[in-house]
Design a binder for this molecule. Structure first.
Ligand SMILES: O=C(O)C1=C[C@@H](OP(=O)(O)O)[C@@H](O)[C@H](O)C1
Ligand SMILES: C=C(OP(=O)(O)O)C(=O)O
Length: 430
């Protein structure tokens, strides 16, 4: 197994150009592929999750051309229907590819098989499949009921019923339905059953759908109606913002390592909910400044422990758990049961690895409570569970003046293959 040994970093400062947002990249690719007309997608993220979406769309007959060596891609919209009606798609562990493609393909009148890595086959999809079945889709489980892999066949789509979808396991199920249902051309209503989690991701979905000309009316977070007769039209060009979840590691680095550290590519004008991470970091004591397209973080005195509901920033919240190691007192992060069904069981993984650093950790069903040790344990070997965010979060231990080893660091490729180089460039900048 590859290991990365990180020496203590005394001080860190500088600027990082963020790679493109994963959530925006994969949504934009799918919407552009389904649209009428061609779309130039600028600044697409270069990472495994996006390669899976690009590969799948290619197999479905969508023409996508990379513009030279740039991260700009020209997508020839297929006008609502993929040309290929029979395909086997492997989607790795990319939730933002698997869930939306399941919904779009269920309405496509073809035969499709969708699979992923072993962990993807442990991540639930039953709530989405149930919702699509109410709309008349034909989807079968190829392994365990409620989980991928899936086989999709032509269904008998009927949009006259209100489509119920559970909202408490993943918001990606609602995102998938909303993006796919305009393909029916009919008026259709989706009703969320129970509390919807990760709400800001639905805002990203609605804003990008609007860029492609489809308007969704909504009553709070409960009822979403797409009026009939709408179809996706290319806006011509879309610029992908920098990734706000990836920004969290550098902003936390600015707090832990003195700073200032500036991330460029997201700011006040961002459509990503994870920019709210900056508010949580400021509660921990960071000095935050923000422009339209940048955020900066620096230390200004001792770090404070926080007690916060972080349901609105589930990905960036992991970064807070590691920053808590440098705070005075006990930090509690609440309302994060969804951590259990992501790249790994993140509540369990986070608790296990934080304990290796000497912290006292309470792992609840939907919360984590962290009390750091007086002095962190040096040279801990951190397991990453094939979870990019575990690797990126725990690299921050080096900024708390403690040497640390990250096992299997290449798992960052899921969303940020250049992460460790970007971190090193900041270290050298000072
Ligand atoms: O829609 C999206 O782009 C995402 C939604 C969130 O998932 P859940 O809705 O499952 O919390 C988030 O964790 C994931 O990384 C990306
Ligand atoms: C949960 C994540 O990924 P996915 O899009 O596969 O759900 C994540 O990136 O933290």
């Amino acid at each position: 197994m590859k290991q990365l040994h990180l020496a203590p970093i005394a001080r860190i400062a500088g600027t990082v150009e963020l790679p493109g947002s994963k959530s925006i990249s994969n949504r934009t690719l799918l919407l552009a592929a389904l649209a009428h007309g061609s779309t130039r997608v600028c600044g697409l993220l270069d990472a495994d999750d996006i390669s899976h979406m690009l590969g799948a769309l290619g197999l479905l007959g969508v023409k996508i051309e990379r513009q030279g060596e740039s991260r700009d891609f020209l997508v020839q919209g297929a006008g609502g229907e993929f040309p290929v009606k029979n395909a086997e798609l492997f989607l790795g562990n990319a939730g933002t590819a698997f869930r939306p493609l399941t919904a779009a393909l269920a309405l496509m009148n073809g035969h499709y098989q969708l699979s992923g890595v072993a962990r993807m086959h442990e991540r639930p999809i039953g709530d989405l499949v149930d919702a699509l079945k109410v709309a008349g889709a034909d989807i079968r489980y190829q392994g365990t009921k409620g989980y991928p892999p899936l086989a999709i066949a032509p269904g008998h789509i009927d949009t006259h019923v209100v489509i119920p979808v559970k909202g408490n396991v993943s918001s990606q199920f609602l995102t998938a339905l909303l993006m796919a249902l305009p393909l029916t051309g009919s008026t259709v209503t989706v009703e969320v059953i129970g509390e919807l989690i990760s709400k800001p991701y639905i805002e990203i979905t609605l804003k990008l759908m609007a860029r492609f000309g489809v308007v969704v009316e909504r009553k709070g977070w409960q009822r979403f109606t797409i009026a009939g007769g709408q179809s996706y039209l290319s806006p011509g060009e879309i610029h992908v913002e920098g990734d706000a979840s990836s920004a969290s590691y550098f902003l936390a680095a600015g707090l832990l390592g003195g700073g200032p550290v500036r991330v460029s590519g997201v700011g006040r004008n961002s459509i990503q909910g994870d920019v709210k991470f900056a508010e949580a970091l400021s509660q921990m004591g960071a000095k935050i400044s923000m422009g339209d397209n940048w955020i900066e973080a620096a230390a200004q005195g001792p770090l404070q422990a926080i007690d916060l509901d972080v349901n609105h920033i589930p990905d960036a919240a992991m970064t807070l758990a590691v920053a808590a190691l440098a705070a005075e007192g006990t930090t509690t992060l609440r309302n994060i049961e969804s951590w259990r069904v992501k790249e790994t069981d993140r509540l369990s993984a986070m608790a296990t690895e934080l304990r290796k650093l000497g912290a006292t950790v309470e792992e609840g069903q939907d919360f984590i409570r962290i009390t750091p040790a007086e002095k962190l344990t040096a040279n801990a070997q951190i397991d990453t569970y094939d979870d990019h965010r575990m690797a990126m979060c725990f690299s921050l231990v080096s900024l708390i003046g403690t040497p640390v080893t990250i096992n299997d660091p290449d798992c960052v490729a899921k969303t940020f293959p250049g992460y460790f180089d970007a971190l090193a460039s900041l270290t050298e900048a000072d």
